[in-house]
Design a protein around this ligand. Structure first.
Ligand code: NAD
Length: 471
């Protein structure tokens, strides 16, 4: 049983259509398979008004009741896991198993975040007064989501935003709006009208939201360039913002790494979700003493990985999500070819339709090239040789991004000393992409502002308030 073919906004607890529509393309077939409503400015205004109207009731709903409802969002996702996964594969392209995992992860986040408490501190050292420090909701939160993980990145905002007592307007990417629209529809049965509004639309809707006088905070995940625009327009009303932005994550492999053990892990570090992953390894630094052996072990593993339409259960890597991004990747590939770079793997696309590029590894390109300095956000990754630890740390930290990084090696003390010198928000040693709702994801440098997840993330959906009472 799939979800059917009707997609509507959810505004004030009601299904709302639009006069214009966005055609939604399956990236594996390049065929339009659905239409999503394209919100007008008036419809966004209606969603913001509905959220404002619902705020007094929702923010005064007992915290335990909001916890129970956020937990039940997790249950609802699991009840519909297969339907969501199939829709996600169609609109995003990722293999079904990865889509199931994404829905599962979104549910897990809801259930874990529902368990968080908002701290209240009483200062009673003063004989004259009691001082209470607490955290109160902000009002209306606008959540803006990209197309690489449409479900997890939506729920990472919806769960803490609602738990803290805010009402929300969720806007998915115009490339992948369908799962969020279904989420809005299904949550009408669970949440009071107006508490969570979902609107989809074209390029105008995001800027309308970040400028909107009725929105108090923007929780944004997307590219650094767009994040800067959000910050600029949010500044006019001193809107609160959380920005989770781009990355160009390094992985550093030390000379004593166990090649057979790390090779498959490093392949997936680079290519999971067809490298459309903010925290994907986008530069793999390998010590010169093991470069050839490790690179060939990764290449051998990569040859066994099946690329194709994600609805085929045996497929492990899907297409690039949209034509625009695919053209960007192909342009980067052409740039590598024009500069005479060598490919250890890939460099070509499978026959047939779809925005596919086989996983592509570029052999030790110079540091001052686009493939090393830009975030491709698609399955093309440079492997880079290094000689000394000082040199590799300096190269890993170069550039404007500071999202994540990883270090791989057998000597725990050396690995730790390298990790301690990385300038980024999320560091792994001898593993990667282990995320938990309890740990903050907080980009450094141009990779973000503020944190998502953890108590720190929850607190970013609140204002701090001091209440002083004379005894
Ligand atoms: P994008 O910045 O193009 O779009 C993200 C969202 O912002 C979309 O919903 C889009 O419609 C909306 N938008 C576009 N212009 C806007 C504007 N002026 N104001 C407000 N909203 C606007 O990003 P994308 O191409 O969808 O996603 C890829 C990028 O996201 C990559 O750079 C990736 O690294 C980053 N990303 C970061 C994280 C993280 O947690 N740090 C996670 C996933 C993706």
């Amino acid at each position: 049983m799939d979800f059917g073919t009707d997609y509507t906004h959810t505004i004030a607890g009601r299904a709302v259509k639009s006069v214009t529509w966005l055609g939604i393309i399956n990236p594996a077939t390049e065929e339009q398979f659905a239409q999503a409503p394209d919100a007008s400015k008036e419809q966004l205004d209606a969603a913001v008004s509905a959220a404002r109207a619902a705020f007094p009731g929702w923010s005064s709903t007992p915290y335990e009741q909001r916890q129970a409802l956020v937990y039940r969002i997790g249950d609802m996702l699991l009840e519909h896991q297969e339907q969501f996964a199939r829709l996600l594969t169609k609109e995003q392209g990722k293999p079904l198993e990865s889509a199931r995992m994404e829905v599962g992860r979104a549910a897990h986040w809801c259930k874990e975040i529902a368990g968080f408490s908002l701290p209240e501190t009483v200062l009673d050292s003063d004989p004259e007064r009691t001082v209470l420090i607490r955290h109160v909701p902000l009002g209306v939160v606008g959540a803006i989501v990209p197309w690489n993980f449409p479900m997890t990145l939506a729920l990472w905002k919806v769960a803490p935003g609602l738990l803290a007592g805010n009402t929300m307007v969720l806007k998915p990417s115009p490339f992948t709006p369908l799962t969020a629209l279904k989420l809005g529809e299904l949550l009408c049965d669970l949440l009071p009208p107006g508490v969570l509004n979902v609107v989809s639309g074209g390029d105008a809707v995001g800027p309308w939201m970040s400028e909107h006088e009725g929105i108090d905070k923007i929780a944004f995940t997307g590219s650094t360039a767009t994040g800067r625009r959000v910050m600029e327009s949010a500044s006019r009303r001193l809107k609160r913002i959380t920005l989770e932005l781009g990355g160009n994550d390094p992985a550093i492999v030390l000379p004593d790494a166990d090649i057979d053990e790390v090779a498959p892990q490093l392949f997936w570090a680079c290519f999971a979700n067809s490298s459309q992953y903010c925290l994907a390894t986008k530069r793999l630094y390998i010590h010169e003493s093991i470069y050839d052996r490790l690179a060939s072990a990764i290449v051998e593993y990569g040859k066994s990985v099946k690329v194709g339409d994600g609805t085929d259960e045996s497929v492990q890597l899907g297409p690039v999500q949209n034509r625009l991004q695919y053209e960007r990747i192909m342009e980067l590939l052409a740039d590598c070819k024009a500069q005479g770079m060598r490919f250890l793997l890939g460099g070509d696309s499978p026959a047939g339709p779809g925005y596919f590029l086989n996983p592509t590894i570029v052999d030790n390109p110079p540091d001052d090239t686009r493939i090393v300095n830009e975030e491709p956000f698609g399955p093309i990754v440079p492997f880079l040789k290094y000689r000394t630890l000082d040199e590799v740390v300096q190269r890993a930290n170069a550039g404007e991004y500071g999202l994540g990084g990883s270090v791989w090696g057998s000597d725990a003390a050396v690995a730790r000393s390298v990790a301690d010198r990385l300038q980024c928000g999320m560091i792994w040693i001898n593993e990667i992409h282990k995320l938990t709702p309890h740990a903050p994801l907080a980009g450094h440098k141009q990779s973000g502002l503020g944190s998502e997840n953890s108590l720190e993330g929850l607190l970013s959906y609140t204002n701090t308030q001091t209440l002083s009472v004379k005894r």
